[in-house]
Write a protein that binds this ligand. Structure first.
Ligand code: SF4
Length: 365
């Protein structure tokens, strides 16, 4: 028996959006005759509803979910009710909730043993096989990789807009894309996010039926107001040349942190474009500067970083010079600290605007 399955109940609570989690949720609701829309009519139902709200609230407002293991299988049910409640919120918050749920899932999966990770990947339709079980096995490959994933599975789930995941930057051998366990877990995370979004979309089709749940919780006012306040938080004063999003990533790097791939990509693409397109400096000089910028990240590897930065600069691979993600994209990745408050569409426009302003001020003097 897989270690991750040592207790079935623990497993489904840990991974509510796994196949087992979904099946168990369906069994519980039919076994107990639990009709979700009747929850507000009983004290225990209300308790469950409040827990679901807590999950949703924490995910939306804090970007995390704290488990409540004392609730047993009710904790599993609560995650599904949170999905139903999420469908009543602004669509921009659907992705945020799905993202937090998927990160919660992958954070736990990363701690499991390899068999468990592969089991879970297969459960999400990812054709993954341990490297040592493939006919392409070679000891040198085993130093860098753990698993092979069928190319079609890989293409279906690879994170978009990140050159790190592009197939041209991957080791592809006889139809197998070679990955580490950590990277395989990242594919599972993508699959979980999609599953949660699908479930929210389904719940959205029955909004009228589930309205009583929202009413019993006072109309989800706090979350709706949170969204409204984040939308109206416009007009951040443009100060300095670097936008707050990039400054936040730079600060994380300077303090020896370990920013996500998306954050690293966004910063590298931004700095390269700023250096070359806005400041007009040679691309080789810009690459050097960006590589140096990453020297203080916890897992700095000069060769790897240089390769990736050169790739983003269009000096390698597909020869495409990447743009940094738009502000909308940054916001949905949780990388915009102002909630789209700068009034620009792309972090580069922030810098261009700030430079123009500086020039105007100098002319006035
Ligand atoms: S609005 Fe755009 S430029 Fe400003 S912090 Fe957010 S992502 Fe960066």
């Amino acid at each position: 028996m897989l270690r991750c399955f040592s207790s079935f109940i623990d497993f489904v609570i840990k991974y509510p959006f796994s196949k087992e989690g979904l099946n168990r949720f369906r069994e519980i609701t039919s076994e107990r005759g639990l009709y979700i829309n009747d929850l507000p009519t009983t004290p225990t139902g209300m308790q469950l509803l409040r827990r679901a709200y807590e999950i949703l609230r924490e995910a939306v407002m804090k970007g995390s979910i704290t488990d409540d293991p004392g609730l047993g299988e009710d904790e599993l049910v609560a995650h599904y009710i949170a999905v139903v409640l999420a469908a009543h919120l602004d669509k921009s918050l659907w992705r945020r909730f799905a993202d937090v749920e998927s990160k919660r899932f992958s954070g736990k999966l990363l701690l499991e043993d390899p068999d468990c990770i592969i089991y879970m990947a297969r459960e999400f339709g990812i054709e993954a096989v341990r490297l040592r079980d493939l006919e392409i096995y070679d000891e040198r490959l085993a130093l860098a990789y753990d698993v092979g994933v069928k190319v079609w599975s890989y293409l279906r789930l690879m994170p978009r807009n990140d050159p790190y995941w592009k197939l041209v930057n991957r080791y592809l051998l006889k139809g197998w894309v070679l990955l580490t366990y950590k990277e395989l877990v990242r594919l599972v995370e993508e699959a979980v996010e999609r599953r949660v979004l699908e479930l929210i979309n389904k719940a959205f089709e029955n909004l009228d039926e589930t309205k009583p749940l929202v009413e019993a919780l006072g109309g989800l006012k706090e979350l709706r107001e949170y969204r409204a306040s984040s939308v109206s938080r416009v007009k951040v004063q443009i100060r300095g040349l670097t936008p707050p999003c990039m400054e936040a990533i730079i600060n994380e790097i300077k303090s020896g942190g370990n920013p996500s791939h998306q954050a690293r990509f966004a910063l590298a693409a931004y700095m390269l474009r700023r250096c070359h397109d806005i400041e007009g400096r040679p691309i080789e000089e810009c690459v050097e500067e960006v590589v140096n910028l990453f020297r203080t990240v916890a897992d700095f590897d000069e060769k790897k970083t240089r390769y990736q930065v050169e790739h983003i600069a269009g000096l390698r691979g597909g020869r495409k010079f990447y743009m940094p993600p738009s502000c909308e994209e940054m916001n949905s990745l949780g990388l915009c600290p102002t909630n789209l408050g700068c009034g620009v569409k792309n972090p580069l426009s922030y810098t261009a605007k700030a430079m123009k302003r500086q020039v105007q001020q100098q002319n006035v003097k």
